[in-house]
Unconditional design. Structure first.
Length: 262
């Protein structure tokens, strides 16, 4: 708990200080100054994870990243996922829910960074936002990070993979790099308590362009969930077990009708 408390103090201190600096930098033309500050913020946060929370990040598979622009489709187990990935890939535009815009000053920073902000509730508005803001990032030749489940998943759980990643894959004709992780073992979701150890993020073999939707979605989910289960098993010594599908909050509010037979 002492480690967790020390990290929490550093987390909020760094977040507030760097957000204020980024807001000031956002007044300058271009994205360079704001991007430089946010990259510094990410580096400091990863250092705080290591020094205070005792969580080391092992990065695997960077040699698999293709040249040019691509999409990273990642497992989302922890608030630490974004820090772990953002510092490893240059010129990264990330997809995030509009909940971040509710924090004071964050909306300004997100706009300056060219973040792809979508409605957390999904639906037509979220799809339109993903398409238009994703197109802006694509025109600039940037790499894009997206969490296909759209939710933080506990270790051993998965949500339905949403089709937004497929639409970007098809419309932008960009390869997709699946990313697996076991960081949720050490920093579970949004939990205060952190557990020391070595967490892994692994870039997997890129999925080439041109696949039909069903094949692409199945291949992406199999890669991310399969390798994530292996990383969790390697860290815990437990057998490899498939993730359990859980309904999204939207599905709980609006359950699908059960088909009936005649």
């Amino acid at each position: 708990m002492i480690r967790s408390l020390a990290f929490a103090v550093a987390y909020w201190s760094l977040s507030i200080a760097y957000t204020l600096m980024a807001v000031i930098a956002a007044l300058l033309p271009g994205r360079a100054a704001t991007g430089w500050i946010i990259r510094g913020y990410v580096r400091r946060m990863v250092e705080a994870m290591r020094l205070l929370a005792g969580i080391r990040i092992e990065v695997r598979g960077k040699a698999r990243l293709p040249a040019g622009a691509f999409i990273i489709a990642a497992k989302h187990q922890s608030w630490g996922d974004g820090y772990s990935v953002y510092g490893e890939v240059e010129d990264l535009a990330f997809v995030t829910g509009d909940h971040l815009e509710k924090f004071p000053l964050m909306a300004t920073v997100l706009r300056k960074l060219g973040a792809i902000v979508v409605n957390n509730c999904g639906g037509r508005e979220a799809r339109d936002s993903l398409k238009s803001r994703g197109a802006d990032a694509h025109r600039e030749g940037r790499r894009i990070l997206i969490y296909p489940e759209g939710n933080l998943a506990k270790v051993g759980e998965k949500f339905r993979y949403r089709s937004g990643v497929w639409h970007m894959y098809r419309d932008f004709d960009m390869p997709v790099v699946p990313l697996a992780t076991n960081l949720g073992l050490f920093w579970p979701q949004e939990a205060f308590e952190k557990r020391p150890g070595t967490a892994t993020i692994e870039f997997l073999e890129p999925i080439p362009t041109g696949l039909p939707k069903d094949e692409f979605m199945a291949r992406l989910e199999a890669a991310v969930e399969g390798r994530t289960a292996e990383l969790v098993a390697a860290a815990t010594g437990a057998p490899v077990t498939p993730a359990v599908q859980v309904p999204t909050p939207d599905e709980l509010r609006n359950p699908r009708p059960i088909p009936t037979s005649n």
